[in-house]
Design a binder for this molecule. Structure first.
Ligand code: CA
Ligand code: CA
Ligand code: CA
Length: 494
């Protein structure tokens, strides 16, 4: 029985000096969606999610209906989040158990869900495609279309639907002798021929990611080995001009920059994992490519970011291999001007990876893979919604503007919990709290007030004693006065 208490403090949201007068409240525990029966967990992997008509659509690979006689066997499964629960699971591919995997989805303006995946039913992998009306999707394997006839292997497909409802796919294809990125698209009446997007130069170009913006354009990124190390390249497609020449997004610095992912609204957002510091990096196109920024804060190797852009905000999730034996999911959000503090979504006691993200309204949905027991994996779902942890923003009048006048720039809060987990000590650094009405409060992840006490102006620390032990979970410590608050997030692990 574990008795130790581990506290993880993040650099919490600093309400007083930024516009981030909110936090994300993640529903716990996460829901498992890859099987309706908790006792039955099949190998399920690589979830992909997309928003459409305020619903969340999820696909993933599972071997639940396969005996395992065929190596890599798996089929593509689908569920729709209707706003409060997941509709019944359906399978997209016929249950032949030949490998079907790496599904990518997008929705068009009429509510059709488009899906592409790699499939080994013909021997070597090829790209397949199907669509359905997402209001009541009825996958029909007799309507599947084989989109490629590669002389090599066609896989790692990414799909996007542009504003004219053209369906674009990019994928990795070894037909030139070495893997290159190919593209084709459905123009409303037929599929175009397969077309090379990356230079046919004997250097591997792979892991393409594609996204459509609000203006009718399409954006593709991939990793490219031409300098002897992987770097990220980019091309843009316009309806009138087709594909523009490529742009290098990362310097050829002999440090791998790979697994890029792209999202687009009226701007273009690209993330990737970078070996220079083991972090997730981000670049935005806004009338030109802005400098890259580091958006993760992991101590290990952050990789495989997934990205979504919605309502002017950018959402990024990734996994970080903390140690050889465990991996955790992280998330952060960009307001357009500043990045929110990184949220840790999964504990170090489980191995979780392959996150995917989509947003409906104010709710962020993250799906990811969990290693259940070393042999089987399951797909899990977390919802995060924005909320304001300070109990009464209304009393602060104009909120953030008021708040910025309240506390000095060097504010800081430290806190610790005793081994019995029933007493929190909160320390306020420097002389920030000079007003008459000051408080320290602890909220749980649901935003409920757990404890509150008044702090005298002369006090530099406060203790809060709880009647019961605090359960493991996420908490927020808020210190402030009637004008401003400082929030710090903490995760209490078993
Ligand atoms: Ca199959
Ligand atoms: Ca190449
Ligand atoms: Ca690099």
């Amino acid at each position: 029985m574990k008795t130790s208490v581990c506290i993880t403090l993040s650099t919490g949201g600093l309400l007083a000096t930024s516009a981030l007068a909110w936090a994300l409240r993640w529903q716990q525990p996460p829901g498992q969606i890859s099987s309706d029966e908790a006792s039955l967990v099949y190998n399920s992997s690589r979830p992909a999610v997309a928003e459409g008509f305020s619903k969340i659509h999820a696909v993933w690979t599972s071997a639940r209906d396969c005996s395992g006689d065929i190596p890599g066997s798996g089929e593509i499964y689908y569920r729709r989040w209707n706003g409060s629960s997941w509709d019944a699971e359906k399978h997209f591919t016929g249950l032949d158990c030949y490998p079907s995997a790496y599904a990518s989805i997008g929705l068009d303006s009429e509510g059709y869900l488009h899906i592409a995946w790699q499939d080994g039913r013909e021997g070597a992998l090829e790209i397949y495609y199907e669509n359905c009306n997402a209001s009541n999707c009825q996958p029909d394997s007799t309507h599947e279309t084989m989109l490629t006839t590669s002389t090599g292997t066609a896989d790692l497909v990414s799909l996007a639907v542009d504003t004219a409802d053209n369906v674009h796919i990019v994928w990795r294809d070894s037909r030139p002798g070495v893997e290159e990125v190919f593209w084709k698209y459905w123009n409303g009446s037929s599929w175009s021929t397969d077309s090379l997007l990356s230079p046919d130069d004997d250097a591997v170009s792979e892991y393409p990611s594609i996204a459509a913006d609000k203006l009718g354009n399409v954006h593709c990124v991939w990793q490219d080995w031409r300098s002897g190390f992987d770097e990220v390249y980019y091309r843009k497609w316009t309806p009138s001009g087709g594909w523009q020449t490529e742009t290098s997004l990362t310097p050829p610095d002999s440090l791998e920059s790979g697994n890029p992912s792209v999202a687009a609204d009226s701007l273009v957002h690209v993330v990737w994992g970078d070996e220079s510091d083991g972090q997730v990096h981000y670049r935005r196109w806004n009338s030109g490519w802005e400098d890259e920024v580091v958006i993760s804060d992991g101590a290990a190797r952050a990789t495989n970011p997934a990205i979504a852009a919605a309502s002017g905000r950018v959402h990024v999730t990734w996994w970080d291999i903390i140690q050889q034996s465990t991996s955790q999911i992280f998330y952060t959000q960009f307001s357009g001007s500043s990045w929110h503090a990184v949220d840790t979504l999964t504990g170090a006691d489980i191995y979780s990876d392959m996150p995917s993200v989509a947003v409906a309204g104010n709710v962020t949905h993250v799906l990811y893979e969990v290693d259940m027991d070393g042999n089987t994996t399951g797909i899990f779902h977390l919802r995060g919604s924005r909320f304001v942890p300070a109990d009464s923003l209304e009393s602060r009048g104009a909120g953030d503007r008021e708040a910025s006048a309240g506390l000095g720039p060097a504010v800081g809060v430290d806190w610790s919990i005793n081994a019995g987990r029933d007493q929190i000590t909160i320390a306020c650094r420097a002389q920030h709290l000079t007003r008459a009405s000051q408080f320290a409060r602890v909220f749980d992840v649901e935003g409920r007030l757990v404890a509150s006490r008044r702090i005298e102006p002369t006090m530099r620390s406060a203790e809060m004693t709880f009647r019961n032990r605090l359960a493991a979970g996420v908490y927020f410590v808020v210190v402030g006065d009637d004008k401003a608050t400082i929030m710090k997030r903490a995760v209490i692990v078993r």
